[in-house]
Design a protein around this ligand. Structure first.
Ligand SMILES: [Zn+2]
Ligand SMILES: [Zn+2]
Length: 323
């Protein structure tokens, strides 16, 4: 039966292509602000989001990566720079935008298990959290976009949505509850569960491997390869991903009238392999293709298209809406 909606946002919300993988949860009491009269972007509101203080491991890691990125400028080598470029593509495109986002969070296509874990491994090397953590956070963002409970909305302040949202400390019970609620399919997968617990080891191991490769395989430039391949690369990838959460909910144009503040922003699309066409994505979240107009370059979709041609991806959701 075809239902006609007078409000375009209603039509989009009820489109089968917009079905979330996990249905939206009702807001639970702990996610509501203590005092709803407090403006969302006030200092008081931001401070109330740190009930257990600061996660110093995350804050320290991000500080060291940014310091390392500055130091990398003084240790430039071409081998280090090409390591940066290659690992940027592998971790940000294959890992985060293709793997964590379109494959795991939205089920926009399917791949065989070895490839699934390969993309998961690429994503973990971006140091944006385990697949289960990333997927749970992201699905919650779609379910509660720009409302109370959205993990990273600019309505709570631009810097909150860019990187401050990562800083509050969470108890193990809170994290596990979030993973079970928002990423049950990922959490019950034994391979993903192992990856979740091995995540810190894999990250530190990747740094050691980069240093040793630079030192012994590239002629004694271990420090340069470490600074460019790890610190500079992670810092640039972080800001690319974070801009999708912050900038594309603030600046840009809208192709679709959605209930959130999502926008399409060309420079974020370039920085994050097509993820900057964020209004298109919020309107049709299960679509593998985020660039809906001919000029909206979407490199991640081009990789998915290639995987499909090579018979390595199936069930690719790539039929653009006709309206
Ligand atoms: Zn968004
Ligand atoms: Zn998404």
């Amino acid at each position: 039966m075809n239902t006609t909606y007078t409000d375009p946002a209603d039509a989009i919300a009820h489109d089968p292509m917009n079905e979330p993988v996990v249905p939206p949860a009702d807001l639970v009491a702990s996610e509501l602000p203590a005092d709803s009269n407090i403006p969302l972007n006030s200092w008081q509101s931001v401070r109330s989001r740190f009930p257990h203080g600061i996660n110093w491991v995350v804050a320290g890691w991000l500080a060291v990566m940014h310091a390392g990125a500055v130091a990398a400028l003084f240790y430039f080598t071409w081998a280090g720079f090409f390591t940066f470029l290659a690992l940027h593509f592998v971790t940000a495109c294959l890992g985060v935008t293709l793997g964590y986002h379109r494959l795991f969070s939205h089920g926009s296509f399917k791949v065989v298990p070895p490839l699934k874990y390969f993309f998961a491994m690429c994503g973990m090397l971006s140091a944006e959290g385990s697949p289960a953590f990333w997927v749970a956070t992201h699905r919650k963002h779609h379910a509660l976009s720009d409302q109370e409970g959205d993990p990273h909305s600019p309505l709570h302040g631009f810097w909150w949505s860019h990187l401050l949202w990562l800083q509050p400390k969470k108890t193990n019970e809170e994290v596990t509850a979030m993973l079970k609620r928002w990423a049950p399919d990922i959490w019950k997968d034994p391979g993903h569960r192992i990856m979740h617990y091995l995540y810190p080891v894999i990250l530190v191991g990747s740094g050691v491997a980069l240093y040793l490769a630079g030192e012994y395989l590239m002629g004694g430039i271990g420090l340069s390869v470490l600074l460019w391949g790890l610190c500079m690369r992670m810092t640039v990838v972080y800001h690319g991903t974070w801009c999708v959460n912050s900038a594309t909910h603030v600046w840009g144009y809208r192709n679709y009238k959605t209930r959130d503040q999502s926008r399409n922003l060309w420079w974020v699309a370039l920085l994050a392999y097509g993820e900057g066409w964020h209004n298109n994505h919020h309107a049709y979240q299960r679509l593998a293709i985020h660039g809906h107009r001919w000029w909206e370059l979407d490199i991640t979709y081009r990789v998915i298209w290639l995987l499909k041609k090579l018979h390595l991806a199936s069930g690719v959701q790539d039929q653009l809406p006709t309206r």
